[in-house]
Design a protein around this ligand. Structure first.
Ligand code: GLN
Length: 485
């Protein structure tokens, strides 16, 4: 069977619907690929072949009965931050090493109801805090383009599994860039939807006002198809937005003539790699040749975004992670009768250094006396950042920036310096702060490593971002490049 694991969702669906292949065959092809390369890539925290093959058999029955949709029978990897009933959901943390949820996240239910096939759970930075997948308590993931390098993070497992052909698509989550940045570093497409578009029910919380689930795929169309499947109002998530369902593939293939694209000068930061700069400049020329107009714009409050994020995200994280106390669920230190000692030892063992750092930062920023100076200030800055975006979106339809100022770095290169690691997300964080949609699409290589271009649009402009990225993708060949593994 010729390499079914490399099919796009659309190709897989066409071949499944016309009975050229079965979902069991397609799933087996991904499992074979996992067998062949997972030793090197290590994108999974758990591989679930029995579940996958059982779900594939169900999908084949659906297809035989003429039921199902574009994702029926198509394999997916789920980032281990989303609850999966009966399947351990660890958040790459020792705290949740033995946690088995009794329910599915809404997105997981949606995929399963549509007949998608779960191959397993994706590696990530612990509690989604990180930019390299090195903060996983269990093992790092390796970039398929260069195994000595990081895949990005925190959804490094998602991007690496898609880029290495272990799965057809993956679900990640993005609090400050965690879908887009690893997609960029691994040469695949990643979409962070508008805040509220996709239910967070069953997504283990990091920073609730920033977290959003998004697809990682090998093409823009694949991401659009997955967005169709996971978007929509959920009464179990109070921040989920009620909107008419929309077909995000509908505008794919339409041209981008007359589209106004803004280039924010603040995103072309010092320290940006020349190869990245070159790839973005060439991408802009290509977008212009496709009929878009390019206009320099300014978002002056961008310089506050990193500081603002690193107050708000740790503050929310310190509140959200207070639930891991050794009593309700998760790891529990039992060797003492003293309540405080039990609490302390539970958290000391359960959380890794980055999570501990964030909890401490957040607790500090929220404590009385510092609240006004830090947390409140950050919320005020957040409003200014959002207003900056509102203003430029009066003049342009979308913004184009690098997704990451650098390409994939060496494993271990930045682990000693948290601030260097935080700086990696300088181009993606503002999007979460403002609740906007953002998409990363491959736009070239620098020294053999993938570069990603980020598109940012107003709230609920996913159709514009997908149409633009699709027009660019079809006019170039970057998305079809594959690592030699
Ligand atoms: N790298 C950022 C952080 O460490 C973003 C992570 C994310 O989007 N989950 O917080």
């Amino acid at each position: 069977m010729p390499e079914l694991n490399w099919l796009s969702i659309k190709e897989a669906h066409d071949q499944l619907a016309s009975k050229q292949i079965s979902s069991v065959e397609l799933t087996q092809s991904c499992l074979d690929r996992i067998d062949a390369v997972e030793d090197q890539v290590q994108s999974f925290l758990a591989i679930t072949p029995e579940i996958a093959l059982a779900q594939a058999a169900v999908a084949d029955r659906m297809l035989a009965a003429g039921e199902g949709g574009p994702l029926t029978g198509v394999p997916v990897q789920i980032k281990d931050v989303m609850c999966t009933e009966g399947v351990p959901t660890t958040c790459a943390s020792r705290m949740l090493e033995n946690f088995v949820p009794v329910y599915n996240a809404t997105v997981v239910d949606k995929l399963i109801n549509q007949g998608a096939v779960m191959l397993g759970k994706g590696n990530m930075d612990e509690f989604a805090m990180g930019s390299s997948c090195e903060n996983s308590a269990f093992h790092p993931t390796h970039n398929p383009w260069d195994l000595d390098r990081v895949p990005g993070g925190s959804s490094g497992g998602a991007a690496a599994s898609v880029a290495s052909g272990e799965t057809i698509f993956a679900l990640g989550s993005d609090t400050g860039g965690s879908v887009r940045q690893p997609a960029s570093l691994c040469g695949v497409v990643g979409l962070k939807p508008t805040y509220g578009m996709v239910s967070r029910y069953g997504l283990i919380a990091f920073a609730s006002s920033l977290d959003q689930i998004g697809p990682v795929g090998r093409s823009v169309q694949d991401c659009a198809l997955v967005l169709n499947a996971i978007a929509g109002h959920d009464p179990r998530d109070a921040t989920s937005v009620a909107r008419e369902p929309q077909d995000y593939t509908a505008t794919l293939g339409q041209d981008i003539k007359g589209l106004r694209l803004g280039i924010p000068e603040e995103y072309f930061v010092d320290g940006m790699e020349p190869g990245t700069r070159k790839a973005i400049d060439e991408a802009l020329a290509k977008l212009e040749s496709l009929g878009a107009t390019i206009k320099p714009v300014s978002l002056p409050t961008t310089r506050y975004a990193l500081a603002c994020y690193y107050i708000i995200a740790p503050s929310e994280c310190s509140a959200n992670l207070a639930r891991y106390d050794g009593v309700k669920y998760g790891y529990s230190y039992q060797e003492t009768n003293d309540m405080w000692e039990a609490l302390e030892k539970t958290r000391e063992y359960g959380f890794g250094p980055e999570v501990t750092r964030r909890v401490m930062l957040g607790t500090y920023a929220l404590s009385s006396g510092y609240y006004d100076a830090y947390y409140l200030k950050a919320q005020q800055a957040r409003t200014l950042i959002r207003q900056d975006f509102d203003r430029v979106f009066q003049e342009v339809d979308a913004l184009v920036t690098p997704t990451s100022p650098v390409t994939a770095f060496k494993i271990g290169e930045k682990t000693g310096d948290p601030v260097q690691m935080y700086l990696i997300d300088v181009c993606t964080l503002p999007v979460n702060i403002a609740g906007l949609p953002g998409l990363s699409v491959p736009c070239g290589f620098s020294d053999g490593l993938p570069v990603g271009m980020q598109l940012i649009g107003p709230h609920f402009s996913e159709d514009t971002l997908l149409r633009t990225a699709h027009a660019y993708e079809t006019a170039t060949e970057w998305s079809s490049a594959r690592p030699t593994l």
